[in-house]
Design a protein around this ligand. Sequence first.
Ligand code: NAP
Length: 295
Amino acid sequence: MGYEMAGRLAKSGGDVLVWNRTAEKAKPLEKYGARVAGQIAELAARDIVFCMVSTYKDVKEVVTNMLDSGKNAGKKPRMLIECSSISLEGSAELRELLEKKGIQYLAAPVSGNAKVIKAGKLSFVCSGPKAAYDEAKPFLDAMGKGSSWVGEGELSRIVKICHNVFLGVVTQSLAEITVLAQKAGVPRHAFLEFMNQSVMGSTFSRYKTPAFVNLDFKVTFTPHLLRKDMDLGLDAGRKFEVPMPLASATRDLIQSMIGQGWTEQDFATLLLQQAEASGLKLKPENVEVGDGLSS
Ligand SMILES: NC(=O)c1ccc[n+]([C@@H]2O[C@H](COP(=O)([O-])OP(=O)(O)OC[C@H]3O[C@@H](n4cnc5c(N)ncnc54)[C@H](OP(=O)(O)O)[C@@H]3O)[C@@H](O)[C@H]2O)c1
C-alpha cells in the first residue's frame, strides 16, 4: 500500500523521500522521482510524514524510532499522517505522544488495495484537527479519488474498522453464494456477471470477480491483516456493547483459513475454504472477466 501511495505522490510532482524497513522494495520508486532514505532519521527532517505499516505495534515502533533518531539531530516533522488500520486506543496513544512533542497528527486510514491505488481510486477517511486535514488534502487528492473528514480525535479509526468488518463479512457471503450457485450447476463467471449487473453488485464484487473466476489469489490483503481488522471490530463491539454475530462467525472462518496455513495468498481464498467445506474442488475457469477498475 505504502509503495503505491508514495508512487502516486512522487508522480504528482511531490518532493518525496521514502523509508521502508526493507529498503530494496522502495528502490523502484526512484523512477518516479522519489528518493529512498538510508536511515529512518532522515524522515524526521521532513515537513509532513506519512506512515503506512501493519499493526499499531509496528506504527509505534516506526514512529518512536523516527522521533528518537531525529532528536539527536534536533529534527522533528511538523505533521504526521498515519494511514495504517489501527485501533482507536492505539491511535489515541499516538496522538498524545505526538501532541506532547508539538507535532500535528491526522489519522487517515484508507479504503482500497494496491490495484485500486494504481487506478487512482484510493479513498481516505480522516480525523483530527480540521486545519491539519485542510493542509493534508492536496496530498491526499494526489494519491486517490478523495477524502472525508469525519471529525476530531480518532473517529476515522472506527469508520475504517467498520469498513473492514464489512469487507470480511461481504467476502465470506460472496464466497458462500458463489459456491452454492456453482454446486447447483452455474459457472462462477456467469453467476458473478449477473450479480455484478444487479443492484447487489458493487465496486468490490466487480474487482474480486477475476480472483473468484480464475482463482488468481496473488495477495492484495493478507488473511492476517484481515483477522487483525475483524478483531479490532469485535473489540470495538465489546467496548460499545454492540452484538456482531456475523462479524464473529466471519472472524472464525478467517481463523480457520489461517489455522490451515493459508496465510500467504489473498484473503479471497475464503472462496477455496468454502468450496472445500462444500465438497467441491475448484478449478480456474480461464474466462476473461473485467475488474471494473479500468473503466
Ligand atoms: N492491502 C490492502 O488492501 C489494505 C487496504 C486498506 C488498508 N490496509 C492497511 O494498510 C496497512 C498496510 O497494509 P499492506 O497490505 O500494505 O501490508 P504489507 O504488504 O504487509 O506491508 C506492510 C509494510 O509495513 C512495513 N512494516 C511492517 N511492520 C514493520 C515494522 N515493525 N517496522 C518497520 N516496517 C514495518 C513492511 O516493511 P517490509 O517491506 O520491510 O516488510 C511493509 O512496508 C495495514 O494496516 C493494513 O491493514 C491494507
